[in-house]
Design a protein around this ligand. Structure first.
Ligand SMILES: [Zn+2]
Length: 327
């Protein structure tokens, strides 16, 4: 698959993947004498070679790079940072919530393990929850080597850098940022908006271990982008997007529809998140446990925010009920 280059000053780096993401996309942006790398792909030889090829084909050297700007901390957006930094020291910019994640701070990651242990117990997950916690511990050990070595400088709402306006869009991850070029009407969207698949709003704790209402945040962040004047969205995966309003409306409608289906399951008598997840997703409850639980918990938060459901704790497990049945 190719993504057509729309303007000379954006140089997309597109790396195919067999997964449903289709491609890993990141971008060189040449703007008023600066050359920024927006996201940094995944840490693979193929990705590294694609990056070097786009640099060479367009006559750039590592000396031309001025900074790396990151949409969010996920490994398929930060993969080449250490390799690039080992060749040229560069400022790395990201949301402040990215820093302890990218620095793999031990205290935060052990708090994160405790958070998921407790969460899956409170959602009645049983053995699949315990297995997921073990997988998480293993992933933390495995990813220790991916710690970003360079200093990371924080970005926040309304900052500008390289002609880009920074917009906080928490939801897919708590540290998610998108970058708007107001004159050109470009939006570098990371995983906030993807054309061919809906982004998951993954359950996450904040720095104090409190659960973030990720889907509620995601809905607010989608609405925040609805009225931006954008001609082209440069996403983190898949093809360019030219109709962001239609796409956002589709995504918001899908969240409402899914919420209604979950509400129907609750009205049929299921009240625990893990049981709702199994009723909704069947075998995926085990095979894609963490994604499925994020989806269900996120939609329960969203329904609660809308006043459609309420929850009570019985024997250490949350039970959810449709409001109309309990009042
Ligand atoms: Zn992501």
């Amino acid at each position: 698959m190719t993504i057509l280059k729309e303007d000379d000053s954006v140089y997309p780096i597109i790396v195919p993947t067999k997964s449903s993401l289709r491609t890993f996309n990141f971008y060189l942006l040449e703007e008023a004498g600066s050359l920024s790398l927006i996201d940094a792909g995944i840490n693979s030889e193929e990705c590294w070679e694609s990056f070097r090829q786009v640099m060479t084909e367009n006559g750039f050297s590592f000396d031309d790079l001025t900074q790396i700007i990151i949409t969010h901390n996920h490994e398929d957006h930060v993969g080449l940072i250490n390799r690039i930094s080992s060749i040229k020291e560069l400022p790395i910019y990201a949301h402040k919530e990215s820093i302890h994640r990218l620095k793999r701070e031990k205290e935060f990651f052990s708090l994160r393990v405790e958070f998921f242990q407790q969460l899956y117990q409170e959602m009645g997950c049983g053995a699949p929850g315990e297995q997921q916690v073990e997988k998480l511990k293993e992933a933390i050990r495995r990813n220790e080597k991916n710690k970003i070595q360079a200093d990371i400088l924080p970005l926040t709402d309304f900052d500008t850098i390289a002609g880009l306006q920074i917009i906080e869009t928490p939801g897919h991850s708590p540290d998610h940022l998108v970058f708007l070029h107001p004159q050109r009407k470009w939006l570098f969207a990371g995983d906030h908006l993807i054309g061919h698949i809906s982004s998951n709003a993954l359950v996450e704790p904040d720095q104090k271990g409190r659960r973030i209402l990720t889907l509620v945040d995601y809905v607010d962040s989608l609405k925040k982008c609805l009225h931006l004047k954008i001609d082209t969205v440069y996403p983190g995966h898949g093809e360019l997007i030219h109709d962001h309003r239609d796409l956002i409306t589709t995504r918001l409608n899908r969240i409402d529809e899914k919420g209604e289906k979950i509400l129907n399951l609750m009205q049929s008598g299921i009240s625990i998140a893990s049981q709702l997840a199994y009723a909704y997703y069947k075998d995926k409850y085990k095979s894609e446990f963490s994604l499925v639980m994020s989806e269900i918990i996120g939609h329960l938060d969203y329904l609660e925010r809308l006043g459609k459901i309420q929850k009570e704790r019985k024997g250490g497990v949350w039970h959810y009920h449709a409001t109309s049945l309990t009042v």
